[in-house]
Design a protein around this ligand. Structure first.
Ligand code: PAF
Length: 279
């Protein structure tokens, strides 16, 4: 695997590959790679000549400095996982390589910025669009792969690509779960053994909603789901919403694409999860 830390170097290298007619698939990450990330790499490998992964813990998308500080950074382990997965190129820049001092950024992505995650993490999606815009400009991928676990993030990036006419195709890849149902996440390593046990209520409730969706009114299903989660010790629910998967507005019985999304604090760790209820 070729590893680049400098923008200029990776740009030159990728230009040569593009000139040779190679297609490129890109997986942007903040490291602490798990099987979920590796499944994105695998999916990218199936449809592209060359796969590029970036590892960059993006400071501008953290609204809590303590969260940024404790974000895991096991770079040697990550490199080994990428090598084993057969990833071709890693871009692992320093913060100073991506951002000039006091850089300002604002992209009007409309209400997407303030709904659900946006309400609880002000400024988060501005940081995400800022870094993904830069990474797309450096890598210029044909196709970029993002996980469904960050469902709203995929919508936000898709909105940016549409607004700025960026020449990249986006693919949303299914959530990977542990055998007991917990959605894979870099943050799971912060869960204590008790937290880990309590966290299972999140995927259990999403499955219950999917299985029981047609048995009652949406408001009743939502209330029952909230009740299940808030009854679990050690779990503090931030939101549980059943929405139109195209707009993130509350769904009704006639909505075609329905997604249930949630965020909760389990012990000290904030987790998100979602499930497509009606595709
Ligand atoms: O999903 C993530 O890991 C990050 O939000 C991303 C897309 C790599 C941008 O920093």
């Amino acid at each position: 695997m070729n590893i680049f830390t400098k923008t200029k170097d990776i740009e030159e290298y990728l230009l040569q590959l593009r000139q040779a007619g190679k297609t490129t698939g890109f997986v942007a990450t903040m490291g602490a790679l798990h099987q979920g990330h590796l499944s994105l790499i695998q999916q990218a490998q199936q449809s592209n000549d060359v796969v590029i992964c970036s590892i960059f813990v993006n400071p501008t998308q953290f609204n809590d400095p303590a969260d940024l500080e404790k974000y895991p950074r096991p770079i040697a382990d990550d490199i080994q996982k990428l090598e084993q997965a057969g990833c071709d190129i890693l871009f692992n820049p320093e913060v100073s390589e991506i951002y000039a001092d006091h850089e300002q950024w604002h992209l009007n992505i409309g209400e997407l910025e303030h709904l659900l995650e946006g309400k609880f993490r002000p400024g988060h999606y501005q940081g995400v669009t800022q870094v993904v815009y830069k990474l797309f400009n450096i890598i210029k991928p044909d196709t970029a792969y993002f996980g469904q676990k960050d469902y709203q993030q995929v919508m936000v990036i898709s909105k940016m690509v549409q607004l700025l006419n960026m020449p990249v195709k986006l693919v949303m890849c299914a959530i990977l779960r542990e055998p007991d149902g917990l959605a894979m996440s870099s943050r799971n390593i912060h869960l204590t053994a008790d937290d880990r046990e309590h966290s299972l209520i999140l995927s259990k409730t999403l499955n219950w909603v999917k299985d029981n969706f047609d048995s009652d009114k949406i408001v009743e299903i939502k209330a029952a789901a909230e009740q299940q989660i808030t009854s679990e010790p050690g779990v503090e629910l931030e939101y549980f919403e059943i929405v139109d998967g195209d707009t993130l507005h509350p769904a009704n019985q006639n909505t075609k694409n329905i997604v249930a999304l949630l965020a909760a604090r389990v012990g000290k760790t904030r987790l998100i999860d979602n499930m497509i209820i009606r595709p």
